[in-house]
Design a protein around this ligand. Structure first.
Ligand code: NOJ
Length: 746
């Protein structure tokens, strides 16, 4: 999906053995210091093109690059800037080994696509892959050749702000999306100038931070680890991901950065991962703060021994590893292994053939922000929207002769729609909902802010806490709503209220937005609530009273156009939730694939069953849920047999009909349930889905095949097995489907 630009040099892919030989040859002539240098990554310094500052850490970084003590940089961007820093490594060092340049290309570089959680709601793997291709093409045009993505952390806790960066709560969907993103970023030839190396992060279990609090401890059983947390990482390895990143958390008492079991036994051992592992920012040093390492020397020892190959901004490897090797504490073979991995990726990126291949200012101008990229992110944005409620078909809006009141600070906000984690994007460049709706000129559109979400631009944590209490805009908003035929209210989170270090305990509408909603509702109930947010919110009042609710997440550069097209029916939404929406924060963690309990239902009609006494056990909106402007009917769930022997493929089909008047797409979802097993299994597990387009009144027979490996699970030691016995197969439009057939594995 790059713009129509020819790659400036097409390299012939070097055969694997050739790269291996080159790496070995290089390794032979490297000093121990130079090897350790390759394992060191620094953050970008303020001016690589101009004079080097005389004091401070910038000077040190510059000197270290010159001395061959730096293998990678992060957050240097721009063809010219990267060229300048690359020149130091290539021309001023003894061996001229090029740097690898990393950057958080999380959902686009300059042209911003929907936040990853939103993209996951599309369940459209091709679109997600294309979105990663767009991001890669732009990043590769500004000197970057390595993204710190995809984040493949499964999470069940929307209090954790980083759920916006992932694919939600389900490991199956998580695996599919991990593959799509890795393939999108890396393509099939890493040396092309529109592909970049990907990084599966955060390894592992970061999404299970206790109480959803950022940088917190993780304590999970190994059954959950193997069945829920690790599969998307494994899928990324299978898709050929070149790098991994450690996580900030500990896992059952050991910081992930020094977790030998995770890194050496599982990742590099069982899974045979051949790429390299970078620490998270200063996470090697943080092992001292954790109280796991005695000092930096000890932290460097633990990280290198456990299998962390590159140190991001801890300065621990560069300061301590040489001594550790000379003292015989760390085996030089481990250093060689790490460096071999790093150099291999550099070769594969084509950096040794042309270290400046990602630094082409002409390409940069042509590719970044080009029209093709904006078209692609608009398409992705529309596909990411989830229709949560549409009573009396209030949507789509009529296009002519209506007075439409548009209310909410977020409606005119060109920044929040870009979401969090968009370092290179220009502020206030997203299309707002107001701008998108203005394109529909048949109605009279009146905008009233009503209220802001927060005070100012909350990039920093102090500002985040200050939700506005200003209600001075209520009066005008209510007056406008009173005389309108329909009210569109855009409410939710500011773009920086989710993301890293944005854990929250109140997941309702921030600030005075709930009050604004109720005030407007008191004069006009004909409301369409457009939610914009980076995580599931708790909105039980709105779900009960407001007739139409559209989940639009943070949709990126073209957000407003996507929202308007959906509101006016020019695009029929087909998104489905990748994460459960709770009714109340107290229900968290709440997720569809929970295990059974001994008292799942209220058989005895007394209080002694698994429930809360103040809120029911059901979610507000379940995983996999999403409506359309049409409706779908499922029938004739068919299986070719009712008994299968181990290894036999299981063929299943279902007839799905579009029973409405317009065409639409449906995500047909297949879940299984292992009825009896040695370890308690989830009530439902997603094992297949298909996104299918239907004409009005069209029926299609949708076919699935389950293989043996779809039916098993990992035990506490990580052994995978399939157990004989009864299974249920459910198919439907969301995870609450009750349409099922049973079969027996004999
Ligand atoms: C810390 C974050 O946890 C990680 O995801 C990111 O890639 C690094 N910082 C680098 O910015």
């Amino acid at each position: 999906m790059a713009c129509n630009i020819k790659s400036h040099t097409i390299l012939k892919k070097a055969p694997y053995s050739d790269v291996k030989r080159k790496v070995d040859d290089l390794l032979k002539i490297m000093t121990l210091k130079e090897k350790i240098g390759q394992m060191n990554q620094y953050n970008g310094f303020w001016d690589v093109t101009g004079p080097v500052p005389s004091k401070g850490s910038e000077e040190r970084k510059y000197e270290d690059i010159k001395a061959g003590l730096v293998g990678a940089m992060l957050s240097v961007r721009g063809a010219k800037e990267v060229r300048a820093v690359q020149r130091i490594a290539v021309e001023d060092t003894r061996l001229g080994i090029p740097l690898i340049i990393g950057f958080d290309v999380i959902h686009g570089y300059k042209t911003i696509s929907p936040i990853p959680l939103a993209e996951a709601a599309s369940w459209d793997l091709e679109a997600i892959k294309r979105s990663a291709q767009v991001a890669a093409a732009e990043a590769a045009a500004v000197g970057i050749n390595w993204t710190f993505g995809p984040m493949v952390d499964i999470s069940r806790d929307p209090r954790w702000g980083r759920v916006m960066e992932g694919a939600g709560e389900d490991p199956y969907l998580g695996c599919e999306i991990a593959r799509a993103r890795v393939e999108g970023f890396q393509g099939d030839d890493l040396s092309q100038t529109d592909t970049i190396a990907a990084c599966a992060k955060h390894f592992a279990a970061y999404g299970f931070s206790e109480s959803g609090k950022e940088y917190n401890t993780v304590d999970v059983g190994t059954v959950t680890l193997h069945n829920m947390i690790l599969p998307p990482f494994k899928a990324a390895v299978e898709a050929g991901v070149k790098t991994f990143m450690n996580a900030f958390n500990d896992l059952n008492g050991v910081p992930a950065t020094g977790h030998e079991f995770l890194l050496r036994d599982v990742l590099k051992g069982q899974w045979g991962f051949e790429g390299f592992v970078v620490s998270d920012w200063a996470s090697i040093k943080e092992m001292v703060v954790w109280g796991h390492a005695e000092n930096d020397r000890d932290a460097a020892r633990l990280a290198a021994t456990a299998g962390t190959d590159m140190d991001m901004e801890s300065y621990a490897f560069v300061a301590e590893l040489e001594r550790l090797v000379l003292d015989g504490v760390v085996d030089e073979a481990l250093i060689d292994d790490a460096v071999r991995r790093i150099l291999t990726v550099k070769y594969e990126l084509g950096l040794f053939d042309d270290p400046y291949r990602y630094c082409d200012e002409i390409r940069e101008k042509a590719v970044v922000n080009c029209k093709a990229h904006h078209d692609a992110v608009l398409d992705m944005a529309k596909k990411s929207i989830v229709l949560l409620k549409n009573e009396d078909s209030i949507l789509p809006l009529k296009k002519e002769g209506r007075k439409v009141a548009l209310i909410g600070g977020l409606a005119a906000d060109k920044n929040s729609v870009l979401g969090s984690w968009r370092i290179a994007s220009d502020d206030h460049t997203g299309v707002s909902v107001l701008e998108g709706m203005k394109r529909y000129t048949g109605n009279t559109l009146v905008y009233e802010k009503g209220a802001d979400v927060t005070l100012g631009e909350p990039r920093f944590i102090e500002e985040l806490k200050i939700n506005t209490t200003d209600k001075s805009g209520f009066k005008a908003a209510v007056a406008t709503a009173k005389t309108a035929d329909v009210v569109v209210m855009v409410l939710g989170e500011h773009g920086f209220q989710s993301g890293e270090a944005r854990s929250r305990v109140d997941l309702g509408l921030p600030g005075v937005q709930q009050e604004l909603l109720e005030a407007v509702y008191s004069v006009n109930t004909n409301i369409v609530l457009v939610l914009t947010n980076g995580r599931p919110l708790t909105i039980p009042w709105a779900a009960k009273h407001i007739p139409a609710i559209v989940e639009t997440w943070q949709l990126g550069s073209q957000a407003g156009h996507a929202v308007a097209e959906v509101l006016y029916g020019d695009y029929n939404p087909s998104g489905k939730l990748p994460m459960t929406f709770p009714k109340d924060v107290g229900q968290i963690p709440i997720y569809y694939n929970h295990k059974r309990t001994g008292r799942p239902v209220n058989v005895a009609k007394n209080v002694f069953w698994s429930h809360y006494s103040d809120v029911d056990t059901l979610p507000l909106y379940p995983f996999g849920y999403g409506l359309s402007y049409t409706s779908f009917h499922y029938e004739n769930l068919w299986m070719n047999k009712d008994e299968y022997t181990l290894g036999e493929p299981i063929h299943i089909s279902i007839d799905v009909t579009n029973t409405g008047k317009v065409k639409g797409k449906e995500v047909v979802q297949l879940y299984i349930h292992d009825v009896f097993s040695s370890l308690i299994r989830p009530v439902k597990e997603l094992k297949g889905f298909q996104l299918i387009a239907f004409e009005s009144q069209e029926t299609k027979t949708v076919r699935f095949t389950l293989e043996q490996d779809d039916l098993g699970f990992y035990d506490a030691e990580g052994n995978y097995s399939v157990e004989l016995g009864d299974f249920k197969v459910y198919i439907g439009g969301d995870s609450t489907t009750n349409l099922y057939a049973t079969f027996t594995l004999v």
